[in-house]
Design a protein around this ligand. Structure first.
Ligand code: F6R
Length: 236
């Protein structure tokens, strides 16, 4: 594991964008696993800038996102599909047909999970998975549990996650209480993982995740077993 500490959100974002852009330059048809939330926004902004300068070409890239709220369709401004379109995809030359986000409105959510995993398998797996981390150690929406859940599945969001995500909604009541998330197999089978985190309040969970015991009570701790993971942490 490489653990890089930097002193600003901006540096974390640029370093993350550098790693993602190197991946796309070396393998133009990369499968990128992408995350939402506030942490990756700066990296997406930087990648958009480099795209505009002509430095990166996303035309052959495929993306698979980690998660989506159950019950929100892609037109809903709070959905993760909408987030990805607005914060990244609409500003680069990725083919929208090659961008995948789990369908939180699928009638058969279990079937959607199976199909999502099968799709990732058919793509040959994820080349580079970008992750954020929740205060409780969740990655994607894999919440602390008695065991690690392997496949893409529906999850009841923990109260702390609902509270943390309420900042994106008009009120806490509006935060969906369920989500569909990639499970640990697709994440752990990614060829490379890049986890980014910023802010002093993330320090403790990072220490527990990467230097403590591996336990499903801290889902990110499983990443200690990954053979090629880089963590970039900015204290500020
Ligand atoms: C989002 C996701 C989540 C976030 C995590 C941190 O797709 O998978 O695990 O990465 O909740 O969120 P922020 O970046 O908002 O602190």
């Amino acid at each position: 594991m490489k653990f890089i500490t930097v002193d600003s959100y901006d540096k974390m974002s640029r370093q993350a964008a550098n790693i993602i852009s190197a991946q796309v330059i070396i393998k133009p048809d990369s499968v990128l696993g992408l995350a939402t939330g506030s942490t990756p926004i700066g990296a997406y902004k930087q990648l958009i800038k480099w795209y505009e300068k002509g430095d990166i070409d996303f035309s052959r890239v495929t993306s698979v996102n980690l998660d989506e709220y159950v019950g929100l369709d892609g037109h809903d401004e709070q959905s993760y599909r909408y987030f990805m379109n607005k914060n990244f995809f609409e500003h680069i030359n990725i083919d929208l047909d090659n961008t995948y986000v789990p369908n939180g409105c699928a009638v058969d959510l279990q079937g959607e999970g199976k199909a999502y995993d099968e799709h990732i398998r058919q793509l040959g797996g994820i080349d580079l998975q970008l992750l954020g981390i929740g205060h409780d150690g969740h990655i994607g929406f894999n919440e602390p549990d008695d065991y690690f859940i392997k496949s893409t599945h529906v999850v009841d969001l923990h109260e702390s996650t609902v509270k943390a995500n309420a900042r994106f909604f008009a009120s806490e009541d509006e935060v969906p209480k369920r989500a569909i998330t990639m499970g640990m197999v697709s994440i752990m089978q990614a060829k490379k993982i890049l986890l980014i985190a910023s802010g002093k309040e993330k320090r403790e969970i990072l220490e527990k995740s990467f230097y403590g015991p591996i336990t499903p009570r801290i889902p990110a701790s499983i990443l200690q077993l990954h053979h090629d993971i880089t963590v970039i942490y900015s204290e500020n």
